[in-house]
Design a protein around this ligand. Structure first.
Ligand code: SAM
Length: 225
């Protein structure tokens, strides 16, 4: 029997993430308090859902650590009503957090497109998003997200949750002017989180944030395997 009070655990984690400065804004705090991370991890790991650590979700992939989700979400700065592309759906948790920000009342029109290369994980995420009622605000696509998802471009914000060898040209093209992208770029084993901004004239500016370690972005504009 499950005796954990997940709501209490969630609040405790959010307080910790605020204390360390990972959660800085009300919008991100609200989303973290709302989205049940225990519904996005495999059933046998539910009791670990509120540890600040990545967890395995099968197929050699992970749900990112909550502090990394908080850092990336704060850097992305998504706003109500925006259209967001996430590359690397995994469990669907980051997509749900973003849906909570761009469309909190389901009337704001904001939407998240999220693309995953492993069909079984896309299915896992879809089920998680259905169970938690985010599926109307998140569209899950199976495909190579290193090429983005041109069909719905341009995007106000793009977040890549897998490590790329360089910033994919397709993703730069699919950013709105103005728009922002957060993406880990580096070697297969260590990367730097980059904030890529496109201004009104389409000019690109890249700022380096923190060092990080992500699973590889595998695809045409990522790693080959
Ligand atoms: N954002 C996820 C979450 O909230 O659970 C965690 C993402 S996990 C760290 C990275 C994901 O990127 C993996 O599920 C992996 O299969 C996926 N991935 C890797 N290369 C990809 C590509 N070219 N297109 C789409 N997804 C890709």
């Amino acid at each position: 029997m499950e005796s954990i009070n997940f709501e209490v655990e969630r609040k405790r984690l959010v307080d910790q993430l605020k204390l360390y400065g990972y959660i800085r804004t009300r919008e991100v705090e609200r989303a973290f308090l709302k989205v049940p991370r225990e519904e996005f991890v495999p059933p046998d790991l539910r009791k670990k859902a509120y540890l600040d650590t990545p967890l395995p979700i099968g197929h050699g992939q992970t749900i990112s650590a909550p502090h990394m989700v908080a850092i990336m979400t704060e850097l992305l700065g998504a706003r109500i009503g925006e259209k967001v592309l996430e590359v690397g759906t995994g469990s669907g948790y980051q997509a749900a957090i973003l849906a909570e920000i761009v469309n909190p009342d389901r009337k704001a029109g904001g939407i998240v497109y999220t693309i995953e290369r492993i069909p079984q994980l896309a299915e896992f995420a879809k089920k998680n998003l259905e169970r938690t009622s985010y599926i109307n605000r998140v569209v899950v696509i199976v495909g190579d997200g290193s090429k983005g998802y041109p069909k719905e471009a341009p995007y106000d914000k793009i977040i890549v949750t897998a490590a790329a060898p360089r910033v994919p040209r397709s993703l730069l093209e699919q950013m709105r002017s103005p728009g922002r992208m957060v993406i880990p770029v580096g070697t297969r084993y260590e990367q730097t989180l980059l904030v890529v901004e496109k201004d009104l004239e389409g000019k690109i500016r890249i700022t380096e944030s923190i060092p990080c370690v992500f699973v590889p972005l595998i695809g045409e504009e990522g790693w080959k395997d």
